[in-house]
Design a protein around this ligand. Structure first.
Ligand SMILES: Nc1nc2c(c(=O)[nH]1)N[C@H]1C(S)=C(S)[C@@H](COP(=O)(O)O)O[C@H]1N2
Ligand SMILES: [Mo]
Length: 180
């Protein structure tokens, strides 16, 4: 096989593997279920919280939220959620900033147990209307979250299309300064 052909095959195989990892099939989702959430990185107090710990923070509720995919297609909806604001978690962990311009160069990376990741900027969370709607949630219809997204998940309810930043099986939150 010529070099280019081999390279092409490798690229296709890799693409398929990455795609499979990002879209676990229903039925084998139990392996992704998370029961604790770590808050790490540029924070004064790293946190490792159970659902019971999350319940100690001020509760937020979310009624109904249609989910749209990145391309605009319908991806169902979320309803009757209970959780806490990501902002409140970050305030508890206390973001480290040496001077008042540091936070403007920080991002918050949310990682799920299947490797899915989404990013927020500090400014988006603390200085824009988006922050108000970013909910780390653990309850739906008064019940713990099912294996399809639980036991801890997150959604950015003020996004134009809220499918992409609906993070199932949320595992960690990392605060990181990405520019000097
Ligand atoms: N943990 C995790 N959450 C995720 C994803 C993922 O691959 N893993 N995909 C996201 C995307 S891009 C969309 S549109 C919604 C809907 O995903 P679905 O394909 O499972 O319906 O979940 C989001 N949350
Ligand atoms: Mo998506």
């Amino acid at each position: 096989m010529g070099y280019l052909l081999r390279k092409l095959c490798f690229t296709i195989a890799l693409g398929a593997a990455v795609h499979a990892a990002a879209h676990p099939t229903d039925g084998d989702t139990a392996q992704f279920v998370t029961t604790r959430l770590a808050v790490t990185g540029a924070v004064q107090h790293a946190l490792n919280l159970s659902v019971a710990d999350l319940r100690q923070l001020p509760a937020q509720k979310l009624g109904e939220l249609p989910l749209l995919r990145q391309g605009g297609a319908n991806a169902g909806q979320l309803a009757n959620l209970k959780g806490v604001r990501l902002r409140d978690l970050l305030e508890q962990a206390a973001v480290v900033s040496r001077d008042h311009n540091d936070v403007k160069k920080m991002v918050v990376i949310a990682t799920a147990s299947d490797g899915y990741k989404v990013v927020f900027s500090w400014s988006e969370l603390f200085n824009s209307p988006v922050g108000e709607g970013v909910l780390v949630y653990f309850e739906k219809d008064g019940q713990p979250l099912g294996d399809d997204e639980g036991r801890i998940a997150m959604v950015s309810s003020k996004d134009i299309r809220s499918g992409p930043r609906h993070v199932k099986w949320l595992q960690s939150i990392e605060v990181k300064k990405i520019a000097e």
